[in-house]
Design a protein. Structure first.
Length: 436
């Protein structure tokens, strides 16, 4: 049994759904396949959905700033009708604390060059603007069983404040919104369908075969499979010319009650805090909640995995205690519960923490990979980048020789897709963490 399509998108997360939406808007017949049971049930479901702008490259900052304008006009972005149940952005501001590996001066300059509102807060301002915060410098992050973890601060930190930062309230709903928009333009979504082969003919991709035996014939296939993207690349036989690798990594996000003063009610939540000094990030949640995740500090072993389906899907007490205790150094009023609460998921991590949005050496086979952890916020524009790239290359443009550029309709900035090339030099300015 076979069906024909113009494009197969493998992966129905927030980025896959965005790509499907943008391609279907160009009148292409798009089929999305996913082994999960619904839209956004993979990595998207475990996302903290933070909206921030501090990246280590101009193109990364420009991408995030353009995406912010999409989230701010979400109904317009989706061209949705009245009464639709839509995700929304909650703007609480975002703080990046000063650390050696991602200095404030360079980041502030990048933000300013793109037009992102930001200002540097000294320790006194930080205390005054974020109730209960300790601006102490504890660098580098340490294990909680290390006596040095309890040592006094060696100084005080400044911070970079981005008032337009925040979070999207429901990441799965955001993915569903994009999928619904794609369906309105004719896209088809197939769930509980695992790709078992990538078909080729005459030197280019020819479609995919599903575990059910069904074949979908298509001249374009887009790999947006998240933690399963490496396995799909192997099926396609691509990756020989990649200078950037991707690999799955298990992660946990923990949920606790916000400390007094930080998030007193839904109308007055504390900011998102990127705290590489202690190796954690903090994100407020409605109902006086606080989400805590890690930023891959050297003191915390990375949980690389070979088979994403085989991970422990539950949060663990050891990691919960470690990350929440480190967060409590920054917010001394934070209580560390005896019972862990939170979730676990799998990131798709690029070796320099910058995603790959590119074609491959197999004509017609494209990738939007290495996105987990820091690209949810960019999903609305990632779809447009990939649609622009695919359209150009399929019409004969040599992207490897002359990289495609995308002009942002909201901000007017030009994003050079060479920054997200599979063949790029590793980003030497990367923090080496989820912050990119």
């Amino acid at each position: 049994m076979a069906r024909k399509a113009d494009v197969v998108v493998v992966g129905a997360g927030v980025i896959g759904s965005s790509i499907a939406y943008e391609l279907s808007r160009t009148a292409l017949d798009v089929v999305v396949v996913d082994k999960a049971t619904g839209v956004g049930h993979g990595s998207t479901s475990a996302s903290s959905a933070i909206v921030r702008f501090n990246y280590s490259t101009y193109d990364g900052v420009a991408l995030a700033w353009e995406a912010f304008h999409c989230w701010s006009k979400w109904s317009e972005h989706l061209d949705s009708g009245p009464g639709a149940d839509l995700a929304s952005i909650t703007t609480v501001g975002c703080l990046m604390l000063d650390v050696p590996q991602m200095g404030l001066a360079r980041t502030h300059a990048l933000l300013t060059s793109v037009g992102v509102r930001s200002e540097v807060w000294d320790p006194a301002t930080l205390r005054a603007r974020v109730p209960g915060i300790d601006p102490g410098r504890y660098w580098p992050p340490k294990r909680i069983d290390d006596d040095a973890f309890w040592a006094d601060a060696t100084g005080e930190l400044s911070a970079l404040h981005m008032p337009d930062g925040g979070f999207v309230d429901d990441p799965m709903l955001a993915a569903q919104n994009l999928a619904d928009a794609a369906k309105r333009h004719g896209a088809t979504f197939l769930f509980k369908q695992r790709v078992v082969d990538v078909l080729k003919a005459n030197g280019r991709v020819a479609g995919v075969q599903l575990e059910s035996g069904e074949v979908i014939e298509a001249p374009v296939v887009v790999n947006v499979a998240g933690p399963w993207s490496s396995a799909l690349n192997e099926l396609a036989g691509v990756g020989s010319d990649h200078t950037i690798t991707v690999r799955p990594m298990r992660q946990e996000v923990h949920h606790v009650e916000a400390p007094p003063g930080y998030s007193p009610d839904d109308d007055s939540m504390g900011p998102v805090v990127a705290d590489l000094d202690l190796g954690v990030y903090l994100r407020p949640a409605k109902g006086n909640g606080l989400m805590i995740g890690g930023t891959e500090p050297e003191c915390e072993p990375l949980q690389w995995v070979d088979e994403p389906d085989a991970i422990n899907p539950n949060r663990t007490k050891d990691l919960f205690t470690s990350q929440v205790m480190r967060a409590a150094r920054r917010l001394p009023g934070l209580q560390v519960p005896s019972q862990p609460k939170g979730s676990a998921g799998v990131y798709d991590v690029a070796s320099d923490w910058t995603p790959i949005y590119d074609r491959t050496e197999l004509d017609g086979f494209y990738v939007a990979i290495g996105t987990s952890g820091n690209q949810f916020k960019n999903a609305p524009v990632a779809g447009r980048l990939m649609a622009t790239l695919i359209t150009a290359v399929e019409n004969g443009h040599d992207h490897d020789r002359d990289p495609v550029r995308y002009v942002c309709p909201h901000t007017g900035h030009t994003i050079d897709l060479a920054s997200f090339s599979r063949k790029r030099a590793a980003n030497g300015d990367s923090s080496g963490t989820v912050l990119g």
